[in-house]
Write a protein that binds this ligand. Sequence first.
Ligand SMILES: Cc1cc2nc3c(=O)[nH]c(=O)nc-3n(C[C@H](O)[C@H](O)[C@H](O)COP(=O)(O)OP(=O)(O)OC[C@H]3O[C@@H](n4cnc5c(N)ncnc54)[C@H](O)[C@@H]3O)c2cc1C
Length: 397
Amino acid sequence: MRILICGGGVAGLTLAYWLRRRGFEPVIVERAPHGRLGGYGIDFFGTGYDVATRMGIIDRLTPHQLPVDSVDFVDESGQATARLTGALLNKVIRGPHLGLMHTTLEGALLDVIQNDVEIRYGETITAVREIGTAIEIDFANDGTERFDLLVGADGIHSVTRDLVFGPETRFARHLGCHLASYPVPDRYDIGRVRAHYTEPGRQAVVYPTGQPGELIALFLFRASRAGSVPRAQRLDLLRATFDGMGWITPSLLADAPASETVFMDTMTQIVMPAWHRGRTALIGDACGCMTMVSAQGVSMAMAGAYVLAETLHAEGDHVRAFRRHQERMHAEVTRRQRNALFFARSLVPGTRAGLIAQSLVSRLVMRNAFAPVLRRQFGVGTILPPQDAAPVDVRED
Ligand SMILES: Cc1cc2nc3c(=O)[nH]c(=O)nc-3n(C[C@H](O)[C@H](O)[C@H](O)COP(=O)(O)OP(=O)(O)OC[C@H]3O[C@@H](n4cnc5c(N)ncnc54)[C@H](O)[C@@H]3O)c2cc1C
């Protein structure tokens, strides 16, 4: 069975791996001209870690662990006013955990499939038609082709979702924040920490990437409008929004690269009642984006990919498989979206009073006794049942 996967991110690459192992023939189209570079850091644990273990890639990831021992909430002089230590984080997560660059994970996933799976870079889909037992796809660059199934793994602004389910506005839940990030030279001596500095309506964050002399600067700011910001305007918007902010913020802004290379997006969840229609299914952020606040987007993207491959293999029929996949994943994603929504409200307080309250709560909560509260945000272990036996490799080659 030939399955087209639109999007070669974490969800798409994981799905391709498991489909190949179950005897299917996946083909990936990825809009980017090559595997992604740069990016941002992620906390990686729970189900994502479990799936990565089942794929045998943990050894490739561990050496690239980010050099971060604690998350510090700092004042204008850089002094920590509250601290999430590694020890507390271990109590919260209660399982293996890695801090990684998102691109490190994508690179490891790519390594294990690239000799097995056809990946067409610089390509995307422009039209989808169901014809009998096939799905016919028009590509932007290279003609038309038929497949048995289509899976949209093309992220929060999924074109697959647009083409098959309707426009993004129908499914988007804007959380009232924008985020932006880019690498900067490390000349701040921040050490092995991720440091957060907040003023009303805006927050600056820095952390080391593990590459000598490199930090990631991350900016969060309140924004009532959800639309995307044109690349050429991103830096101007950041400079205007963070003008006059304390701490090392002016110098982080002065070190910004060209506006076109700044990553910027709205903090938006994707909420959909149904993740499949006909011969098309969605996985990952395309159908269930939770935002960075949940720290579990990668995990649930990998979980969704794993479960979809498993159900397609077990059910032998895409209608039952898509339904079963949604039954297993939808409630888990919805629960994490609700938790993220709750925490997002207090992420960047809009007023000085809100900031004081946030600071007091942070100091109170960053203690062992509150590990269960924090666990509610981050979720715990894997949602997959224990593996009885290693998955059967049914590849024909
Ligand atoms: C700043 C930040 C911090 C985060 N922190 C964490 C964290 O700590 N822990 C965590 O688990 N998650 C975190 N997340 C969320 C996580 O990154 C996402 O949930 C996850 O990457 C979703 O994977 P995905 O494969 O569904 O989508 P994506 O990673 O967005 O991948 C989609 C892929 O599809 C491609 N694509 C897009 N459009 C098209 C198209 N039209 N045609 C072809 N290809 C296309 C893209 O180029 C990309 O390769 C964070 C996100 C951000 C932005």
